[in-house]
Design a protein around this ligand. Structure first.
Ligand SMILES: NC(=O)c1ccc[n+]([C@@H]2O[C@H](COP(=O)([O-])OP(=O)(O)OC[C@H]3O[C@@H](n4cnc5c(N)ncnc54)[C@H](OP(=O)(O)O)[C@@H]3O)[C@@H](O)[C@H]2O)c1
Length: 286
């Protein structure tokens, strides 16, 4: 029996992942910690607690995920996403365990214009992306058995996300303005959690890109959300990122090429529109 520790177990992905691991790996012990159990900004405490638990695998998905917040608080972004990851990696290497680290499409600048491969050179445009990339580097430097999973545009049952924000705004206003110059693949946390479990079962190491299939802009994603929710009377206006004036610059194209996942495990995540349909059913089960 292996002991698997999930750090960030109460976040949007974490809650789904805990459920999937418990059901897909019944012979393993799965332990979930979040900030109440471990604050990864504290080096001594983090190393001590992980070493004491003696896990075989640590899945580190805790992060400061507010992309615009990272821009105004660079110190916190690096303290959590980079240094916090370093402390976790230090403990993992002392336990001679395996580490799984969740990273992001925002390590890329979007200039490529075709789906990004794991081997493409990262060049983040914002603080969040830079801090997560530094986290990747620490993991690669310190841990012998490391799996880095880059994903993107997450939504799921257990967190505020783009889908719930659009539905809320649609109830309040008759017209929505949504950005139409960023392309990516919205990814359902349930599908991602299943892929993480599969990658663990294959004992995968190195970098993997994991996202739902097909691509869209936030604008076309927003239209699909409204259409599938029977709210297609709400008008949607396409706008540019400049018009939205958010603190952090986002890549205009950050589609991830997930062929390596398919080639090595046989798994290809379904198209985002199918996953979205399923997710919306969980919001309105009748
Ligand atoms: N969301 C996306 O679109 C997206 C895209 C690409 C990659 N990712 C990556 O995927 C992973 C999961 O994302 P998510 O959206 O599920 O994130 P999330 O909902 O924000 O969950 C992150 C969890 O980490 C916890 N945390 C924050 N600071 C911590 C600290 N110092 N010590 C311990 N725990 C701490 C958070 O607690 P609090 O809530 O109390 O702060 C939260 O429970 C992250 O690594 C993220 O970078 C996410």
């Amino acid at each position: 029996m292996r002991r698997i520790l999930v750090i960030g177990a109460k976040g949007m992905l974490g809650r789904d992942l805990m459920g999937i691991l418990l059901s897909s790996l019944p012979d393993d012990e799965v332990v979930g910690w979040d900030i109440e159990e471990i604050d990864i900004q504290k080096e001594g405490d983090t190393v001590f607690k992980i070493e004491k638990l003696r896990p075989d695998i640590v899945i580190h998905i805790a992060a400061y995920t507010d992309v615009d917040g990272c821009e105004s608080d660079e110190g916190r972004a690096f303290a959590v996403n980079a240094e916090g990851t370093r402390y976790v990696a230090l403990a993992v290497s002392r336990c001679q365990a395996k580490m799984v680290y969740l990273s992001t499409d925002y390590v890329f600048d979007g200039n490529k214009r075709e789906p990004y491969l794991e081997s493409d050179i990262p060049h983040p445009l914002n603080v969040y992306g830079r801090s997560k990339l530094q986290g990747e580097r620490y993991v690669q430097e310190l841990v012998k058995k490391a799996l880095i999973i880059r994903t993107q545009w997450l939504y799921g049952r257990y967190g505020k996300n783009f889908v719930t924000a659009i539905l809320q705004q649609a109830k309040e206003k008759g017209v929505l303005s949504i950005v139409n110059d960023q392309m990516g693949s919205p990814t359902y946390t349930t599908d991602l959690a299943k892929a993480i479990s599969v990658l663990i079962q294959f004992d995968a190491q190195g970098i993997y890109h994991v996202a739902n299939g097909d691509l869209c802009t936030w604008y076309t994603f927003g239209q699909a959300i409204l259409e599938l929710s029977g709210m297609d009377k709400v008008r949607v206006i396409p706008i540019s990122s400049k018009e939205l004036r958010r603190r952090a610059t986002r890549p205009s194209y950050s589609v991830l090429n997930c062929q390596k996942l398919k080639k090595e495990t046989g798994l290809a995540l379904r198209p985002w529109s199918e996953a979205l349909r399923d997710y919306l059913r969980t919001l309105n089960p009748n």
